[in-house]
Design a protein around this ligand. Structure first.
Ligand SMILES: *[C@@H]1O[C@H](CO)[C@@H](O)[C@H](O)[C@H]1NC(C)=O
Ligand SMILES: *[C@@H]1O[C@H](CO)[C@@H](O)[C@H](O)[C@H]1NC(C)=O
Length: 119
């Protein structure tokens, strides 16, 4: 990491803490789960990524359909707990729900923490 990255990180943290406190009235503060907007492109992208990441480990791939619901919480970045509808390419069945935990830590690649089938 270059020195200016550390500066940016420090700056972001210093800015984020008061910002988060100031907007506590709208429930946007660290340590609280907030519902996601399932149409938000940023959220949809996380859902798609979770399915692609999961597909790296399986033979019969899943095909992303949409984000059904989800919540986020601030933990060294943003953790997305999403319910994603996906079809199994090897089956003619309608989409089924999968739970995906995607962690978008500051300045780190996305991490898929959990992925399992369930409603
Ligand atoms: C959800 O996100 C979509 C796409 O960005 C936007 O058009 C819509 O207004 C948002 N809905 C709410 C309730 O914020
Ligand atoms: C897709 O369906 C096949 C056949 O039932 C199953 O073996 C496979 O595990 C499924 N794939 C995923 C990713 O769940």
């Amino acid at each position: 990491m270059y020195p200016h990255c550390f500066l940016t990180l420090t700056l972001m943290i210093t800015l984020l803490i008061p910002l988060a406190t100031a907007s506590a009235t709208t429930n946007r503060y660290p340590g609280a789960w907030m519902p996601v907007n399932t149409s938000d492109p940023v959220v949809v992208e996380k859902g798609k990524w979770a399915v692609l990441e999961y597909n790296k480990k399986v033979t019969n791939k899943l095909v992303f359909q949409r984000v059904v619901s989800g919540e986020t919480i601030y933990i060294s970045g943003i953790f997305y707990g999403l319910v994603v509808a996906a079809t199994n390419e090897s089956l003619p069945n309608p989409p089924e729900n999968y739970h995906a935990g995607v962690w978008a830590k500051f300045f780190e690649p996305l991490k898929l923490r959990t992925f399992y089938k369930g409603n």
